[in-house]
Design a protein around this ligand. Sequence first.
Ligand code: ATP
Ligand code: MG
Length: 286
Amino acid sequence: MQTTLKIAIQKSGRLSESSLTLLKECGIDIDNGLNKLKVEASNFPLEIFFLRDDDIPQYVEDKVADLGIVGENVLLEKEKSLDIVDRLGFGKCRLSLAIPKEQAYSSLKDLNGKRIATSYPVLLSQYMSAQNVSTEIHEISGSVEIAPGIGLADAVCDLVSSGSTLFTNGLKEVEVVLRSEAVLIANKTLSSEQQELLSKLLFRMRSVRKAKTNKYILLNAPNDRLDAICAILPGMKSPTILPLADENWSSVHSVVEENKFWEIIEKLKAEGAQGILVVPIEKMIL
Ligand code: ATP
Ligand code: MG
């Protein structure tokens, strides 16, 4: 029988679209008909299960699925013994403590003896005991942010990305308990054939991610500034230099990281580079 991998991803929520897009960008053909629990990829030995995110760590531990994509916050809350095989760079958020915005706050000690509403009782109690603060934790499964307003709690511990939900509920963020992003998790007992498939998948995922954080750059450089311009552009090995019809000029091609991009462009312009073009890279194989 052919070896396959089973991966569980969120059925509907903040991680669903990015998880599915990542698999598709890895060249995996998925026909995700609405409301299906499970689909098989047509060109890679992968089965995809669509589940609630809270259930994914348990399913991966029980080997119903071999792999899963979940927020690290969910994984740590569930305390399962699973491997994080990759951090995926999407679904970024933080688990934070927030209090009514009119209340003064100087340190975590101010929360001593207070009632805190959260969907993350395990992470919150670990954090509080590490900081030697004792609080009353009220576990609620949704709409945590309304708890202070209805008198259920004095503070909340909830996921935040932009902070707008806290703001509209009259709350202010005072401490970060955990920073989280989506992670690829795996059962600890994959067969060697499954490990091989996982390596292939990981290789593709990393190539996709690398391509996203890099751009291909082309520019024209006066020949007498080539050395200075090449020193600014490291490239994958070193920049490609092609002569232009005008013998005093060359075309220089390279790859630059997105987060250093503007800084590099400014330096290139200062060295006399002209006609700078920047294009996205679809896949990047190192
Ligand atoms: P499910 O129905 O699958 O249980 P859910 O309502 O528990 O869904 P979502 O709100 O879709 O979960 O969030 C899924 C994950 O997205 C979170 O666990 C977290 O890792 C991540 N995330 C990123 N930004 C945010 C945010 N601002 N608020 C909540 N979750 C966020
Ligand atoms: Mg959930």
